[in-house]
Structure formats: structure tokens, C-alpha cells
Design a protein around this ligand. Structure first.
Ligand SMILES: Cc1cc2nc3c(=O)[nH]c(=O)nc-3n(C[C@H](O)[C@H](O)[C@H](O)COP(=O)(O)OP(=O)(O)OC[C@H]3O[C@@H](n4cnc5c(N)ncnc54)[C@H](O)[C@@H]3O)c2cc1C
Length: 497
């Protein structure tokens, strides 16, 4: 484990999802000495299981969450600016059918408000008649189609956005460690003074001392036993499925209202696939084992089939299905109606806990959390230019091309279809802090989401490629391959209900 953990830090951040990584970047950019620890990989929790949208959240308008929509739109515009390699504009077509819950008037009013809340910064939506709607998205069913609209949000790579923040924190002096779990909090006179951590891949234990601690563990119950505010919110499970895009036929993103229960959902383009999601149901499942069930998949297929009648999607079309748990700061009977705003609570021992939020708003949320940390440190609160400095990784394609030029063997594709090569793995290890096959095949690439066997058949070859870089001997190689099989078996399982 890094000797750099020897110093006493201003701030220890527990949890390397988007929240923790965003906090670490912001705090390091303010000049604080920062340690960030993540029990598994960055974005291995909810932050790697999202809809991969950086969006204003048009559906929140139905619940009058204007503040959240405005903040989300502002953050969307900021991320489009500071991370053009990770966040790109995406056009959404919203078709309207006769008798729809959201009809022409309501949709136009909603999109007009969405535009107003963007304060003139976003690309303008347009209303479409039925013919124009079908021209944009010919695969949509035409029976009862009365028109639609096209509006703009953005897509991202959720895992790599998270990792980019961890890397930015490190570039600004933070000590950043994945596969390092907090098992206990060190307390002195009732106040948190640091944490005991265990390196998950070696078993090594050590102390990290810090003057302030932020717990950004999302939906994980506080396994490190903090006093006072433990897990503050309930979780809502969200399932996505990926199916071949040629089967659905969508060109861009499509917003649909599920014919099953009237919820707003998305069919999203993702290379050669369409991602359909999401569900939204209260759950007590563990975030470590949460996965899709047959009824989740059936719900998503039925919802999509109502819009793409020619597709007649069945379970056989599903390439992968996965689930995440939304950390929601408040309760309620209907998780869809619960606000995605966040809460920040300091417990009796001084630990600052954060719950809720969205991927989209992580940067502004992080600034608020670091303000709180600086107050608890007795420092003058001063913001960092996190909305101006570009996130790292914009040169990824050029670096990968250079790896391939230097060593042509690295140009070999890992599998047919998705365009990942051995060089992507080398990049993941040398630049993006990957340490295991799951880090590489699930989060640095999305190969596990994009192949029917979830990358099982390529795992041994991937291990061969990265073994020299990670110092793996034969025994470690086979242990890592075995671990990978178990990880994807857990994450991509679809259980009978
Ligand atoms: C299905 C779904 C779709 C979504 N879609 C979107 C979307 O399109 N756009 C959007 O803006 N938002 C979306 N969200 C919301 C967004 O994904 C979450 O709000 C966000 O990812 C939460 O990040 P987090 O860092 O708080 O939690 P997490 O990502 O879960 O991070 C918490 C981390 O803490 C670590 N941890 C736990 N215990 C310890 C410990 N003892 N020691 C060290 N580390 C520990 C965990 O391993 C985990 O990595 C979606 C959520 C879901 C579930």
C-alpha cells in the first residue's frame, strides 16, 4: 500500500463513486491534502450502473422539481465543456400517441419550461408532426402516432467520468487508492481522526489519519461502523437491458412512456446496441449482489415492444441485463416521484455523510461537500475552478494509437464486434489505474456489457496481456480469471423473480 498514506491528511474521502471522486478532485484543487479510498474499483457501485446520461431530467418537471432541473441543466452544460471526450450531446425523440398520458400540450409546455430553465444555453427543441417523427425514427410504430418532439440532453461513459475525476484528484496531489476498504474509523475523544483500511488484493492493513472525513459510500451500509448518521436513505433498484440496435432500429435516443405503468423510460443508442431502461422499485437488496430479475427484463421488453412493434423483442435478444441501486435522500411510496436531490449530514463524530444526488450534478454537489469540510477544518471556504479545468483523458485515442504504433501486437482486437484492442487494456492499467480484469473489461472498456458471454471467453487472454504489467504469476493469473468469472456471474445474472 502506498507509503504516501503516512502523512496526516486534511481530508479522507471514503468511497470512489462519482461523489467521492468528485469531492477528492474539488478538495485537491483547493489545495487540501486529500486521501481517497475505494473498496473495489472506482465506479464499481451505482456510478457504473447508470443510464449514462448527463441530463436535465425532463421527467422531474412532472414532480415540480424545478431547482433540480435547473441545476442539472447547468451542470450538463458545464460537463459538455470540461469533458467533451466523455460527455456528448444526444438528441432525444419523444413520440406522442393518441391517448398518451403526456399529450401534445403537456409535452410542449414541459419542453418550453426545460428550454427556459436552460437560460438560453441549450439547443432548442422542436415539435414534430407524425410524418417528421417517423422520418427521424422510422422504427417507431405508426398506429395512433400523432406527432412528437426532438430535444437535447447528453450521454456519457459513467465509469470513465468517475475515473477521470479520480485521476484529476491524483494530478492535483491527492493520494488515491482503489481496492482499499475502510473497515473501521479511528476515534479520539469521540471525534473521527482517521480510518483503518485493508488492501483487498493483498490483505495489508494500515491506518490513514485525517482531520476531516467525508463518507461517500452511496447505498453501502456504513460497514466501517460510524456513529450517528449511518445510511440515511432507502435505495431504489434500476435495471437496464442491452439488445442489438439493429433489432430495435432506433437512430438516436427515444423517450417513451411505458405502456405497462406510465413511467418515463429511455431507449438509448450505445454503439451497436440499444440500452433500454430503467426500472425504479424500492429494494432492500445488497448493492454487492443486486441484479436483474426475469420480471424486470419482461417489463423492459414489453415497454419497448409497445413502441417498436416490428422488433418483437424477446428474452433471446437480451445481450446483457444489470442493476444498480439509486441512493435516495428521502423516502416515499413511489420511488419514481422521490427527488434526486442530495443531503449532507455531519454526524456526532464529525464525519460528513452524503446521500442521494445524480451523476449529472456531482460537480456542484462536491463543491458543497468540500465547503462543509473546509468549515469543519476551520479553513476559509474558497472554491476551485472545477467548472473550467478540463477532465483528463481527452488524449486517450491518441495514446492508444501510439501504443499500437510502438507495438503492433497491441492492435489485435479482443473480440469480434466491439472495437477494443490489447492497447485498451494497457491504457487501462498504465493510465486509468485498473488492477483487475473486472476493472478492465467492465469499466475501462464496456466489453462485459456488450458481449453475450460478458467477456468470459476473453478473460484468460486479457490476463496474459496485462500479467507482465501487473506482476501476475501463473497462480495469480488463474485466480484473477476465476474472480472475473464470479464478478460477471453476479453482476449480469438474471434470476427467476
Ligand atoms: C439505474 C440507475 C440509473 C441512473 N441513471 C442516471 C443517469 O443517467 N444520470 C444521472 O445523472 N444519474 C443517474 N443515476 C444516479 C447516479 O448513478 C447516482 O446518483 C450516482 O452514481 C451515485 O454515486 P455515489 O458515488 O454516491 O455512489 P456509488 O457509485 O455507489 O459509490 C459509492 C462507493 O463507495 C464504495 N464503498 C462502500 N463502502 C466502502 C468502504 N467501507 N470503504 C471504501 N469504499 C467503500 C463502494 O464500493 C462504491 O464504489 C442512476 C442511478 C441508477 C441506479
Amino acid at each position: 500500500m502506498s507509503e504516501s498514506f503516512n502523512e496526516k491528511f486534511d481530508l479522507l474521502v471514503i468511497g470512489g463513486g462519482i461523489t467521492g471522486c468528485g469531492v477528492a478532485r474539488d478538495a485537491a484543487m483547493r489545495g487540501l491534502s486529500v486521501a481517497l479510498v475505494e473498496r473495489d474499483d472506482f465506479a464499481s457501485g451505482t456510478s457504473g450502473r447508470s443510464s449514462r446520461l448527463v441530463h436535465g431530467g425532463i421527467r422531474y418537471l412532472e414532480h415540480a422539481q424545478f431547482h433540480l432541473v435547473r441545476e442539472s441543466i447547468r451542470e450538463r452544460e458545464t460537463l459538455l465543456r470540461i469533458a467533451p471526450h466523455l460527455v456528448q450531446p444526444l438528441a432525444f425523440t419523444w413520440p406522442i400517441y393518441r391517448g398518451a398520458r403526456v399529450g401534445r400540450l403537456k409535452l410542449d409546455a414541459g419542453l418550453f419550461l426545460y428550454q427556459v430553465l436552460a437560460l438560453g444555453k441549450a439547443k432548442r427543441y422542436s415539435s414534430l408532426d407524425a410524418a417528421k417523427t417517423l422520418e427521424r425514427e422510422p422504427a417507431l410504430g405508426n398506429t395512433g402516432l400523432t406527432g412528437g418532439a426532438v430535444y437535447y440532453d447528453a450521454r456519457t461513459d459513467d465509469a470513465r467520468l468517475t475515473i477521470a475525476n479520480a485521476l484529476a484528484a491524483e494530478q492535483n496531489g491527492a493520494v488515491v487508492a482503489s481496492h482499499t476498504r475502510v473497515t473501521d474509523v479511528i476515534r479520539e475523544a469521540g471525534q473521527a481522526a482517521g480510518a483503518i483500511v485493508t488492501a483487498q488484493l493483498t490483505g495489508e492493513r494500515r491506518e490513514i489519519r485525517a482531520r476531516a472525513i467525508v463518507s461517500a459510500v452511496g447505498v453501502w451500509p456504513d460497514s466501517f461502523g460510524s456513529a450517528g448518521a449511518s445510511r440515511q436513505g432507502r435505495g431504489s433498484k434500476g435495471v437496464h437491458i442491452a439488445v442489438p440496435r439493429e433489432r430495435v432500429g432506433n437512430r438516436d435516443a427515444i423517450t417513451i412512456i411505458s405502456a405497462v405503468d406510465g413511467r418515463v423510460m429511455f431507449c438509448l443508442p450505445a454503439g451497436s446496441q440499444t440500452i433500454i431502461g430503467t426500472t425504479d422499485t424500492w429494494t432492500d437488496e445488497s448493492p454487492e449482489t443486486v441484479h436483474a430479475s426475469n420480471s424486470d427484463v419482461d417489463y423492459l421488453l414489453r415497454s419497448a415492444n409497445a413502441y417498436f412493434p416490428r422488433a418483437r423483442l424477446t428474452f433471446d435478444d437480451v445481450v446483457s441485463a444489470w442493476a444498480g441501486i439509486r441512493p435516495l435522500a428521502t423516502g416515499g411510496s413511489n420511488p419514481t416521484a422521490v427527488s434526486r436531490e442530495h443531503s449532507i449530514v455531519t454526524d456526532g463524530s464529525g464525519i460528513i455523510h452524503v446521500t442521494g444526488g445524480k451523476l449529472t450534478t456531482y460537480r456542484s454537489m462536491a463543491a458543497e461537500i468540500v465547503d462543509r469540510a473546509q468549515e469543519s477544518l476551520g479553513q476559509k471556504v474558497r472554491s476551485a475552478a472545477t467548472d473550467e479545468v478540463e477532465l483528463p483523458g481527452g488524449d486517450r485515442d491518441a495514446v492508444i494509437a501510439e501504443f499500437q504504433r510502438t507495438d503492433p501486437a497491441l492492435s489485435q482486437s479482443l473480440v469480434e464486434g466491439p472495437t477494443y484492442t490489447a492497447a485498451h487494456l494497457v491504457y487501462g492499467i498504465t493510465i486509468e489505474k485498473a488492477q483487475t480484469l473486472s476493472d478492465l473489461l467492465i469499466r475501462r472498456t464496456h466489453l462485459a456489457f456488450e458481449t453475450r458471454d460478458h467477456g468470459r471467453s476473453v478473460a484468460a487472454r486479457a490476463a496474459e496481456i496485462v500479467a507482465p504489467l501487473l506482476g501476475w504469476d501463473e497462480k495469480t493469473k488463474s485466480a484473477r480469471v476465476q474472480q472475473y468469472q464470479e464478478d460477471v456471474g453476479r453482476i449480469f445474472a438474471v434470476s427467476a423473480d
